[in-house]
Design a binder for this molecule. Structure first.
Ligand code: ADP
Ligand code: MG
Length: 266
């Protein structure tokens, strides 16, 4: 890939003596949509937390927009990145987690306006306008003056997306954003992600257990297993005709689970 917006080069990550990521090599194109699947504990969250600078690799290099995440040039030498360097890179990245982490004492609009004003020092009026636009995009125009406690889980998750979008990220990270939702609220959240994906101008990394959804919107699926990318490829190949035995086993567990759920609920 000639112009990746994200690049992992031989990235390892350990917590104490537990080796969680064991040599990740990965390039993501500027508008590419990548779904990251794999068993619980395989390292999916760790991969994307490292992009958000919430974890530092034990070894290896991560580039965002061609900038080395953890190192910067100073007097022609590579030195450990300072907070300003990290903040400038983080500014290109929006992240939505499983739990929404909204500020409970702020209205929906204030939640969206907070970071651009306090972190990016943007003008309040400009930020207000952009926040209203993003809240409209996620279908919450009529909720802007409510507090998080007055919203459903699906609505809160859509606020979390609007809040990330207000920062105008080049890369959006979604970590199991529907896992904590009641089943009937999952659709509205996936729909917003689908629309963002169709707009097409951002790169997206989506950790998900919604295989049908991943198949629908992803350009590429990565299967992470035990800290390595065990298989990757276009969704149709990965999900319909998996070559990897481990991926096959993972998907079959998934299908059985799905069928079991269908049996229970029907
Ligand atoms: P996944 O998102 O695929 O379920 P994670 O990236 O959350 O996997 O975790 C991978 C492994 O790393 C797990 O064994 C987890 O317990 C461990 N781990 C993650 N974060 C930490 C941490 N901050 N300290 C210690 N161990 C961690
Ligand atoms: Mg996780």
């Amino acid at each position: 890939m000639s112009n990746p917006i994200v690049k992992y080069e031989n990235v390892y990550k350990s917590f104490g003596d537990v080796n969680v990521l064991k040599g990740i090599n990965l390039s993501i194109g500027p508008t590419e949509k990548v779904a990251l699947i794999g068993p619980s504990g395989s390292g999916k969250t760790t991969i994307i937390r490292m992009l958000m600078t919430l974890e530092q690799p034990t070894s290896g290099t991560i580039y965002v927009n061609h900038k080395n995440l953890w190192q910067m040039r100073k007097n022609d030498k590579l030195v450990t990145a300072n907070e300003a360097h990290l903040r400038s890179i983080r500014g290109d990245i929006g992240m939505v987690f499983q739990h929404f982490n909204l500020f409970p004492h702020m209205t929906i609009l204030e939640n969206c306006m907070s970071a651009p004003i306090h972190v990016k020092k943007e003008k309040e009026e400009v930020v207000r306008e952009r926040s209203l636009e993003m809240l409209d995009k996620v279908g919450l125009s009529d909720k802007v003056d409510l507090y998080p406690s007055q919203l459903s889980g699906g609505q809160k998750q859509r606020v979390a997306m609007a809040r990330a979008l207000v920062m105008r990220p080049k890369i959006m990270l979604f970590d199991e954003v529907t896992s904590a939702l009641d089943p009937e609220l999952v659709g509205e959240v996936l729909e917003v992600i689908r629309e963002l994906a169709e707009e097409g101008n951002m790169a997206m990394i989506l950790v998900t257990h919604e295989m049908d959804f991943a198949k629908d919107i992803a350009d590429r699926i990565l299967f992470l297993n035990d800290g390595v990318i065990e298989a990757e490829g276009p969704p149709s190949l990965m999900l319909n005709n998996p070559k990897s035995e481990r991926l096959k086993a993972f998907l079959s567990r998934f299908t059985n689970h799905h069928q079991a759920q269908t049996l229970i609920t029907s």
